[in-house]
Design a protein around this ligand. Structure first.
Ligand code: ZN
Length: 49
């Protein structure tokens, strides 16, 4: 079972990416450093519930 997860830039709060996660293996919230095209730099992105 894979769940689609939306992640959001913590700086501009825009939803930039979606990813998938295995619910059984990963319980905690996803946090990723990814490039934000709105901020034009790498920022921390967090999962949105
Ligand atoms: Zn941003």
């Amino acid at each position: 079972m894979r769940e689609i997860v939306t992640i959001r830039c913590e700086e501009c709060k825009r939803r930039n990416y979606t990813t998938t996660r295995n619910k059984k293996q990963q319980q905690e919230k996803i946090e990723l450093k990814k490039y934000c095209r709105f901020c034009q730099k790498h920022t921390l992105h967090k999962e949105i519930k």
